[in-house]
Design a protein around this ligand. Structure first.
Ligand code: 13P
Length: 252
């Protein structure tokens, strides 16, 4: 049995003061929910404040990115060991980083290794664009993102990572994938690729999240599917009522 997992990706939203206000309310509600792993991923600048607010709770804190190097002349970047002081998780290879900041399967793989080396659990994002989807290339794109992004990890370590399938056309558009379509990708493309990489045992332990226009109304349907182990939530993670409802649905 895989423990359900719900993460909120705040993207570039909320000042530190706003982040504090949100989490002082949301954190209490989320902390009451049992049998689930919940993680909040605020912008770097709010991580310290949020980690302090959540320190006596079960709720985890994640970064939205890291560099793969430990330190050095990389202006504007943040290293895994810096993140590790306050976080247990890090989102890697989000489609917005791939499309706006030039991240590739190769840089994703370097970051995944750097995260693991520093004891951070990577939440590795994969997903096809609308164009790729329309061209019937979903399987090819998603399997190569999985195989290349996660190569070189040993099976025992891989069992603890988290993968998020986020079709790019579903992110922030309101056009969520159907639960059936997401289940199909999770089982037949993502978990199959994970099995090819790490073997059946480890692949069955890896949590695969769905992301893309998940909201309080549609969330429960995803979690009834066998290979949808939780959600990576953008917009709805910025609203207490919605994110709490999503986490509750996943915990059932
Ligand atoms: P939305 O939930 O806003 O569609 O964003 C999904 C996402 O990109 C989470 O990483």
């Amino acid at each position: 049995m895989r423990t359900p997992f719900v993460a909120g990706n705040w993207k570039m939203n909320k000042t530190v003061a706003e982040a504090r206000d949100l989490v002082s309310v949301m954190g209490k509600e989320l902390n009451k929910i049992e049998n689930i792993d919940i993680v909040l991923c605020p912008p770097f600048i709010s991580i310290l404040a949020i980690a302090n607010l959540l320190q006596d709770t079960k709720i985890g804190v994640g970064a939205q990115n890291i560099h793969w190097e430990e330190k050095g002349a990389f202006t504007g970047e943040v290293s895994p060991s810096m993140v590790k002081e306050f976080c247990n998780y890090v989102i890697i290879g989000h489609s917005e980083r791939r499309s706006y900041f030039g991240e590739t399967n190769e840089t994703v793989n370097k970051k995944v290794h750097a995260a693991i080396k520093n004891g951070l659990t990577p939440i590795v994002c994969i997903g096809e664009t609308l164009e790729e989807n329309k061209a019937g290339r979903t399987s090819e794109v998603v399997s190569s993102q999985t195989l290349e992004g996660l190569k070189g990890i040993d099976a025992a370590t891989a069992a603890g990572i988290v993968v998020a399938y986020e079709p790019v056309w579903a992110i922030g558009t309101g056009l969520a994938a159907t639960a059936d379509d997401a289940q199909n990708v999770h089982k037949n493309i993502v978990r199959k690729s994970l099995t090819d990489l790490f073997g059946e045992d480890a692949a069955q332990k890896i949590r695969i999240l769905y992301g893309g226009s998940v909201n309080a109304a549609n969330a429960a349907d995803y979690f009834t599917r066998e290979d949808i182990d939780g959600a990576l939530v953008g917009g709805a993670s910025l609203k207490t009522e919605d994110f709490v409802a999503i986490a509750k649905a996943a915990s059932k």
